[in-house]
Design a protein around this ligand. Sequence first.
Ligand code: HEM
Length: 164
Amino acid sequence: MLRDGFLGNHASFMLDFVVVALVLVVPILLYSLYSVKVQRQYARHKFLQLLLGVVLLAAVGAFEIDLHFIQGGWEKVVAKQDPPLIEAQTAWVRTVLRIHLIFAISTPFLWVTTIVLALRRFPNPPLPSSHSRLHKLLGWISTVDLTLTSVTGLWFYYTAFLAY
Ligand code: HEM
């Protein structure tokens, strides 16, 4: 894995990769919801949600391995900044990270639950069914959680690597 990323700061390659993935996820998600809600294209919605699930899992998995086992944790990546962050700045970065982690940790659990139940309970090819009520609830919570993961992740990236 490369030591520095491609967005022109001291973040790692995988951090930059995940930031780009988090931005790309939003239009795909919007298109998937438009497909199901307005066009009633259930099979396309299913395909896009499974694609997003696989892409997100692969990106986040590679990112975690890179950050923890290759870079040695986020504090080491942030410490590469020149001039280094002062204690108060590092403390603020840590607070923003904690806020981000609330959403980042709950999202995969919700996402997996939503997908597994949908695959088990909707017919194949997918159509509205008795599972619709629960799926819509889980689907909207998953969507909001992923969006907040994305927004707070970008906020962390900005605070850690661009703000100071
Ligand atoms: C984490 C993945 C998923 C998310 C976040 C998600 C999200 C949503 C949301 C928010 C809606 C409701 C749209 C509305 O308000 O009308 C919806 C509807 C629907 N989804 Fe998903 N979905 C996911 C995965 C899947 C999968 C894997 C399938 C198929 C196996 C599926 C099949 C459907 C169907 C059939 C509807 C229409 C329900 C109805 O209108 O009665 N979804 N989805």
